[in-house]
Design a protein around this ligand. Sequence first.
Ligand SMILES: Cc1cc2nc3c(=O)[nH]c(=O)nc-3n(C[C@H](O)[C@H](O)[C@H](O)COP(=O)(O)O)c2cc1C
Length: 361
Amino acid sequence: MWYNTKAAQILGIEYPILQGPFGGNLSSVELVATVSNAGGLGGYGAYTLSAQEIIEVDRQLKAATNKPYNINLWVSDHDAANGGVTDAQFEQTKALFKPYFDELAIPFPDKPAPFKPRFENQVEALLHLKPAVFSFMFGVPSADILEQCRKLGIATVGAATTLDEAILLEAAGVDMIIASGFEAGGHRPSFLTSAESSVTGTFVLLQQVRDKVKTPIIAAGGIADGKGVAAALALGASAAQIGTAFLACDESNALSIHRQMLFSDAAKYTTLSRAFTGRLGRGISSRVAKDMLGKEAGFLPFPLQTQFISSLRKAAIEQKKWDMILFWGGQIAPVLKHTKAGELMQAILKETTDYFNDLKY
Ligand SMILES: Cc1cc2nc3c(=O)[nH]c(=O)nc-3n(C[C@H](O)[C@H](O)[C@H](O)COP(=O)(O)O)c2cc1C
């Protein structure tokens, strides 16, 4: 059957369908458990959580499913030199965003305190918890971390946006590689060159990686139904990771307006922007995202820009100024149909099975 792939074996799951993890508090235990209980692999994006919070989430996950699930972290979790910004940099950013703070009639936040890296502590918690799968983006964990995962039986999955990143991940010995295409919602997980120059589409990236790399590949970006899964498998993927379609389901932790936007006409247009976090991510086009294109030099480095923009985002939501927000989402949103994660999973499995069955006649 189409679902008996290497990826399904390594991940210990029935169907090679991964629910893409969402960072920034958009993951939910319910969504992860729904997908894992249906035979796929649910994923929890934990990069904003402290070690203690990860332990608590894991406790909830274990209570909600006895199937494998994935915990996801960001290997590189800040871009600021020494973790902070100068007063001059902060004044420049305030000047750039002043019209929006004025429009919402809110004061500027204080200069963000220097960021304290979290990855080492998070990984320590993860190794202690031993989830079936550890996926990561924005880099490659140290050889020591990967070795510990191997010893503990944790499958490792790294994200690549270019062929060179995939080759590096394979050389590091990860168990599986995500080919993360330009279409995908959320951040571009690039780590070798700039995200702006790592913009290959999913199906081209998948074929490039397939040609040069032996490690099983998970295709991510622009897949939302069984035809997409079948196409990814036909091009050499061993599994598909689906983000936007699961983010739009009721079980995700996205605001209801965010989920509504993904099903609205607005979702026909998306923008890659650094204005909302400091790193390049795709969301539904908005006035501020478009205004800020080309003005990246004035943004704070990740994640200080997220902190700077958070009061603006909060006020924009309160005042229903949706055009001042970037609602994360990928290019595939206009074809979404399902609002329940269980139904989405069943539809994907049926469509993929029907597709491959039809091919036999
Ligand atoms: C809102 C949002 C947040 C995301 N956060 C993460 C994350 O923290 N870590 C990660 O590896 N991938 C993250 N992703 C990527 C997804 O897991 C998945 O690979 C991607 O959404 C697939 O493309 P699609 O949106 O076209 O389905 C995020 C995606 C979205 C839409």
